[in-house]
Write a protein that binds this ligand. Sequence first.
Ligand code: NDP
Length: 343
Amino acid sequence: IFTERVIMVKARKYVVKRHFQGVPKKDDFELVEYELPQLKPGHFSVKTEWISIDPYFRAYNYGTPTPYDQFGYQVGTITQSKHRDFPVGCRVVTHKGWCDYSVVTNLKETYSNVQILPDLHGLPVELVLGALGMSGVTAYFGFLEICKPKAGDTVVVSGAAGAVGSIVGQIAKIKGCRVIGFAGSDDKVQWLEKELGFDKAINYKTADVSKALKDAAPKGVDCYFDNVGGELTAAIYSQMNLYGRVSLCGCISSYNEDPTTYKTTSLLPLILFKQLKVEGFLVPRWLEPENRMPEAIAALAQWIKQGKIKTRSHVTEGFDKLYDAFVGMLAGENTGKAVVKVS
Ligand code: NDP
């Protein structure tokens, strides 16, 4: 007689109780404990190892309804399985929110398919949440397909020392561009110039931004990869060249503002008279209907192995530190990709 061993697993998950107002507060979150449901055929359970810390989690205050508990993606190991293609011990990337255990019941999740960890050629596993995952794919397509850089172009990147920006700048160097990055501390500036090979990095918090950019790019800016928006972006637009290209990836400087009270900066005349091409994008456009992720990951992995792209993870240890890691990232504590190591 076959008897099934029933394993009860206690799981924890942070859920957002209410929309954030300004900087997210600790008591906007609630830690919920519950027993994982028993697996049915086709289901499997995953123990989280690493959780990605992302600005979009803050940005999704916009739009309704907001299924916060599905935001946040992670890499983990399958601990129980009733799915023959997803055996115990296999590592997967899932979109299950901030949880330490989860059950996958549907391979097509809200934001992406459950993905078996690709061959990382010995590179650290957490890179699937950064340079070999969403941040890398965002940088790769968002820069190459929207800015369409040419060798010799002057490229500016804001949020340059972050997960996406640091990859964009290095891809621009690979493509033969002159690269200028803006970041929020002298340590980040040092890292960009000394280790990543940016031609110039500027601390936007302490520099006279317009003057520093004029000195660094006397012939003007051809491509701008924008991660932050706001006043910095306005200063950069004013030094764009005719027919410049702007890839609008993010506007983190506005995410803590109330979207109903947005200020509009008068960028339209600059866009008009310089005949700029400005294009906002969301990375899923390169994942559906055709999934072009493997193309980007293959190129990025090769560049990493060749030493042409350097990566850095900003690791916070412990499931109970998720909130601190999140607000720390929003405040600029991370250099490179912010991740939480759960186990
Ligand atoms: P980062 O690793 O860059 O972390 C966020 C960084 O933003 C902080 O380290 C901080 O760096 C900077 N920052 C915070 N507040 C401000 C501010 N007021 N002005 C300027 N900089 C600020 O995050 P990601 O690389 O994951 O994301 C970068 C951007 O790309 C975000 O806007 C994000 O929303 C966007 N994004 C968009 C995607 C898309 O599909 N379009 C996909 C992924 C990300 P510093 O010390 O330099 O201030």
